[in-house]
Design a protein around this ligand. Structure first.
Ligand code: TRH
Length: 380
């Protein structure tokens, strides 16, 4: 197979938060583990990386992690050979000396821009199209997506089998939760909360606290903690904090490593996620979810939200569609969540079944790493 000999370079600029490194690190590992490729991952901010993968030595210019050669993308670029396949993640600008190295190769590399995830229809028309050219090197658009004709979603081999086994084992779940300091109260629904600042949080917490069903809410440390503090009337919330307010037990977790985060999602009955990578991982968890979408200028994120809802709710009854869509829209507008949450709860069994069905339907598509490799094989 020609793909086996190829060397791949992935370039990642951490714009903010964890999605840029979250996606590229996952992709790099999959290209190594599932396709036995030589992969270098160039990252400009190893501190963000360290949160997802604590083994990272933030001072090392070059290191090996899980079979991936992780290279610090230096401010002053040092000469490096161009690889056979070059991925610029999220339209990041490559160093000009590296672009020259690409152009100087006897056979120019395959150069791709790995774009942001969107469920909008136009993605299908643009996926795989040529983009700009640098000298003799052609760049291509590569779009992840949910529909046929897109690049698919990151899904490492064996993921769903591992997830199913874990979800079928109460002992494995208990052990995992205990390992991160969670003593899951019997009968309480378990919810994880990973989100940006959100004005609607207080109304959701009020509703959970006054609910007839007990809830154990797990909040990894991050941007939402300010809103949680305001609701609790405390300051300096940190990992380990645990508060009980009527039916709601609220616990702050440490930000866990990327693999552990999957296990957290798999344990929970409902996952509030955000951005891109956690959003996809929550779908692979096969459980109902709530998406806090990354806000963009001129509210263009709202089109993305609606595009996803249109796809996701296919096959759901009209009342369940209305309930889950209403919940997501309220959350993404920072609106009151009370009525929407209660409405959603009425359709719980249907939403649970649907989450698993959606996951299985998405898994019918080739995963993103395999689609990239196939794109390269077709190109050579
Ligand atoms: O962190 P995010 O909001 O990231 C992004 C960036 O803002 C990016 O610029 C933007 O373009 C994109 O969103 C849409 O959300 P995301 O994508 O979910 O990334 C979070 C990563 O952090 C993901 O890989 C899961 C991981 N994670 C852990 O490893 N441990 C944890 O405890 C948690 C809560 C998350």
């Amino acid at each position: 197979m020609p793909e086996l000999k190829a060397r791949w370079d992935i370039f990642c600029i951490v714009v903010d938060n964890f999605g840029d490194i979250g996606v590229t690190w996952r992709l790099a590992r999959q290209l190594v583990a599932d396709h036995a490729l030589d992969v270098r991952l160039w990252v400009d901010d190893l501190r963000a990386f360290e949160r997802l993968c604590p083994e990272i030595d933030i001072h090392a210019p070059r290191q090996w992690q899980q079979g991936v050669e992780v290279c610090q993308w230096p401010t002053e670029w040092q000469p490096a050979d161009a690889a056979d396949v070059v991925i610029a993640a999220f339209a990041c600008q490559l160093p000009s000396a590296y672009m020259d190295a690409m152009a100087e190769r006897e056979k120019p590399p395959l150069w791709m821009n790995l774009d942001y995830l969107s469920a909008e229809d136009w993605v299908i028309g643009c996926h795989g199209l040529p983009s700009v050219k640098y000298k003799n090197v052609q760049k291509y658009f590569f779009f992840p997506g949910f529909q046929k004709g897109t690049g698919g979603l990151l899904r490492e081999s064996g993921l769903l089998e591992r997830r199913r086994q874990f979800q079928q084992s109460p002992a494995a779940q208990r052990e995992f939760l205990q390992g991160i300091g969670v003593d899951h109260a019997q009968g309480a629904q378990l919810i994880s909360l990973f989100a940006y600042e959100n004005a609607g949080l207080a109304s959701w917490l009020d509703t959970l606290a006054s609910d007839s069903v007990p809830t154990h809410l797990l909040v990894p440390e991050g941007r939402i903690l300010g809103d949680v503090e305001r609701w609790l009337g405390v300051t300096d919330l940190a990992a380990g904090a645990l508060y009980v307010r009527d039916a709601l037990t609220l616990q702050v977790l440490p930000f866990v490593r990327q693999d552990q985060y999957d296990h957290l999602l798999w344990c929970c009955d409902f996952n509030a996620v955000r951005g891109e990578d956690s959003f996809v991982r929550a779908q692979w968890a096969g459980r109902p979810l709530l998406w806090h979408i990354y806000q963009q200028d001129e509210d263009i994120h709202l089109d993305k939200l609606e595009a996803f809802l249109t796809l996701y709710t296919k096959g759901l009854s009209a009342p369940a569609t209305e309930a889950i869509s209403g919940l997501w829209r309220a959350w993404d507008a920072g609106d009151d969540m009370a009525d929407q949450w209660l409405a959603t709860r009425k359709h719980w069994p249907e939403l649970q079944k649907h989450a698993e069905a959606w996951c299985l339907e998405q898994a019918l598509q080739a995963d993103l790493a395999a689609a990239l490799v196939q794109f390269y094989v077709n190109w050579i």
